[in-house]
Ligand binder design. Structure first.
Ligand SMILES: *Cc1c(COP(=O)(O)O)cnc(C)c1O
Length: 387
């Protein structure tokens, strides 16, 4: 069938008919266990009943009013974000890229400086500023010249950052666990040193939590594992459980930087997204819920290590909470396809990493089944390759 869509995605041969919890069903009635959650979006599982109810109730009230009017649901969501983070004020937008655009603009306007240091293999989105911030040539290919105010340095390399800092440096922006780049955690000492260097040189620390935030790693935000206090945090993916929404959370000192008329978006913080986000945060920012995420994640990682870490095909298993990467010694696109045939949806990151981002509501039984399917598939490939 001829498609009227621009071919921007390499589509996998799967047409979804419906989804519920951790299960996705295709148009032929085949069921899959979804260990991708979109891309770390449906953190409470597909169509979580409380989120659905909140959205339906909001649909009965009103769908959109301009940001020219007060909106109490925005206040409620912002309150939960600031109560659970190092920030004090929130700006709502519609996506991860847009949240990073806001972070970049805020950093430049607040400091009057222009240079922002980012990292190799980072991913910050596809809009012009976020693309320029992204330290991957393949994302920028054909769209040049980039904004020349970003400098990319090797991840986990303090000396390289130190070298890149100059008097025009406004900010350092990083994912504390690189997602698209291959589920690569920053070292503790690296993050501690970055925060120190930022303080000493009057540079802002921006943490891109678009993928790692909202409970994904067993803490409200992944930076919580590192004991730092970022100036600006960007979030999106998991915030609306499937409804588009993004946000930045900024410290008190930035309150006056974006005055009225300085930065805005028509749809940002729209009531339907806010209704979803409010319910999402009420569930996820509970100590017991986050502890369960951590326990499930530890169990998943431990089970994978037991089952597949001895394979020649597997070079590393890493991650925090329910963000896990299985690094392989070769391209894993066929493995991902084989897993889908067996009824398990997973993601890739980079060329060689199988990335698992199950819903945070995943059950122990679902984890068992996924581990079985992954080990079975990797062992089959191991036998073909190495015997
Ligand atoms: C997905 C992602 C983005 C971009 O988010 P969009 O909603 O696709 O614009 C930015 N940063 C990180 C870390 C991401 O994982």
């Amino acid at each position: 069938m001829k498609s009227a869509l621009l071919p921007t995605y390499k589509r996998i041969d799967l047409s979804v008919a419906k989804a519920n919890g951790t299960t996705v069903e295709d148009i032929n009635g085949k069921k899959y266990l979804d260990f991708g959650s979109g891309i770390g979006v449906c953190n409470l599982g597909h169509r979580h009943p409380d989120v659905q109810k909140a959205i339906e109730e909001q649909l009965q009230k009103y769908w959109h009013v301009s940001n020219l009017y007060h909106n109490s649901i925005q206040e409620d969501v912002a309150k939960l974000l600031v109560e659970n983070s190092s920030g004090d004020y929130v700006f709502f937008c519609n996506s991860g890229a847009e949240s990073n655009e806001a972070a970049i603009k805020l950093a430049r306007k607040a400091t009057g400086k222009t240079k922002i240091i980012t990292f190799n293999q980072s991913f910050h989105g596809r809009t012009f500023g976020a693309m320029a911030a992204t330290g991957q040539e393949k994302i920028q290919q054909g769209f040049g010249p980039m904004l020349n105010t970003f400098e990319y340095v090797p991840f986990n390399d303090v000396e390289a950052v130190n070298h890149a800092i100059d008097e025009n440096t406004a900010a350092i922006m990083l994912e504390v666990i690189q997602g698209e780049g291959g589920v690569i955690p920053a070292n503790q000492s690296f993050v501690t040193d970055l925060e120190q260097m930022c303080k000493q040189n009057n540079i802002l620390l921006i943490v891109d939590e678009v993928q790692t935030g909202i409970g994904r790693t067993g803490m409200p935000f992944a930076y919580n594992h590192y004991g730092i206090s970022p100036d600006i945090i960007s979030v999106a993916k998991g915030l609306g459980n499937g409804v588009p929404v993004g946000a930045i959370i900024a410290k008190r000192k930035f309150y006056d930087v974006f005055g009225p008329g300085s930065h805005a978006t028509t749809f940002g913080g729209n009531p339907i997204s806010m209704a979803a986000a409010h319910t999402v945060l009420q569930h996820i920012f509970q100590v017991e819920f986050l502890q369960q995420v951590e326990t499930k994640g530890e169990n998943l990682k431990k089970r994978l290590i037991e089952k597949v870490s001895n394979l020649s095909l597997v070079s590393d298993i890493r991650g925090e909470g329910l963000m896990i990467g299985i690094e392989c010694t070769r391209d894993i696109s066929t493995v991902i396809n084989q897993l889908m045939q067996k009824g398990l949806l997973v993601l890739s990151a980079g060329q060689n990493v199988i990335r698992l981002l199950p819903p945070l509501t995943v059950t122990a039984k679902e984890i068992d089944l996924a581990v079985e399917l992954i080990s079975e598939t990797l062992i089959e490939n191991e036998v073909l390759l190495y015997s």
